[in-house]
Design a binder for this molecule. Structure first.
Ligand code: DNO
Length: 353
């Protein structure tokens, strides 16, 4: 296996997300971004709740290593609704989850990013909002979101689950709406109390991704949106293997989240880092911008990561679509590559000062 290279003088490894062989951005292109050493990916076709076969994971790793890169992070193994809802059959799905963790560990993959957002993962209302410079970016406007018709089959947004029919979706939402935030939190703790000992035994760091956007949508609880949420979660399952993904864009969508303070408070439990910026235009409205623009002051964020000696892989998170690139919203090559270079430059300069 290739030796993990690190950013010059800095404890962070630069990685990039790759969606597998269907991704229009190939590994061959990713390897040409000078600072990228690691890949973040997943097996996208294993149904939620099933064990990830080790041989399939090894196949993925072989493709990555053939390009001189290393498979550093799994993002994500999705968590079955039975676990999030706390249904009796959850233990079976938790066992399967633990087995998948063992399989990634056996291949030396040491970080697992996951989320506990009910039904929807990340959510936006526009995938191609035009910015002043002619590029496009992802945006979220609460008023647009509130107008969505749940029964419409035509909705297709990132995070929008395509696996459910509208009727199934309604049913699922009702089940989650009946849960309080404390119930959901208890279900997360139940899951982590079962999974963390396995993660510790095999040496995998768990990195929960914060809610995106970091507030409740559809009246269903969200429990990883603020520093207080993170503190509660890390205290409930204090093992260091139970950690977080620090996502500057997710936490940064709320003005009351102090990013550098979150880094300082939880530095030793940050196992993965997503860096992108957002421009907030109202309390519940924001759009994404280039890594060096917007309300996330990236120099301060990277300085805090360096000063607090966060030892975790980093990836440039969503980019804009620029230079006519088309493809997976948020995950084109060009702007993420610009972001990676900017982030690496900041890290390098800060470290060498
Ligand atoms: C969005 C991503 C999220 C993330 C999951 C982790 O671009 O950051 O979809 O992968 O929330 O489970």
């Amino acid at each position: 296996m290739a030796v993990l290279a690190r950013l010059a003088g800095c404890d962070m490894r630069m990685t990039m997300r790759w969606y597998g062989t269907d991704d229009p951005v190939s590994l061959e292109y990713i390897r040409q971004v000078p600072v990228v050493q690691g890949i973040v990916t997943a097996l996208y076709d294993v149904p939620v709740g099933q064990v990830w076969p080790q041989a399939r994971l090894r196949g993925l790793q072989t493709l990555v290593e053939a390009e001189g890169l290393t498979l550093d992070v799994i993002e994500s193994i999705a968590i079955h609704d039975a676990i999030k809802l706390g249904l009796p059959e959850r233990d079976r799905y938790i066992d399967a989850y633990c087995q998948s963790i063992r399989h990634m560990a056996a291949l030396g993959i040491g970080v697992l990013c996951y989320n506990f957002m009910p039904v929807f993962d990340w959510m936006r209302t526009n995938l191609a909002m035009p910015l002043d410079d002619g590029s496009t970016a992802l945006s979220f406007h609460q008023a647009d979101f509130d107008r969505f018709d749940l029964d419409s089959e035509t909705i297709g947004l990132p995070g929008w689950s395509m696996v459910y029919t509208p009727a199934e979706l309604r049913d699922l939402l009702e089940q989650y709406q009946a849960l309080s935030a404390d119930d959901l939190f208890a279900n997360l703790v139940y899951f982590l109390e079962a999974v963390t000992p396995i993660a510790r035994e095999v040496g995998v760091k768990l990195a929960i991704h914060p809610d995106d956007p970091p507030w409740s949508i559809f009246g269903i609880p969200r429990i990883v949106s603020t520093a207080a949420d993170v503190a509660r979660l890390l205290a409930a399952v204090p093992d260091a293997h139970n950690g977080i993904t620090f996502c500057s864009g997710s936490f940064g969508a709320r003005a009351d989240n102090d990013l550098t303070d979150i880094i300082a408070q939880f530095s030793d439990r940050i196992h993965f880092v997503h860096l992108r910026s957002v421009k907030r235009t109202d309390e519940r409205d924001f759009h994404e911008v280039a890594h060096n623009h917007g309300d996330v002051i990236m120099r301060d964020v990277v300085a805090a990561l360096v000063a607090n000696q966060v030892d975790a892989p980093v990836r440039p998170d969503h980019g804009r679509m620029i230079w006519g690139e088309t493809g997976r919203a948020g995950y084109g090559l060009y702007d993420r590559a610009l972001g990676a270079m900017y982030l690496a430059g900041l890290c390098d300069a800060l470290q060498r000062k």
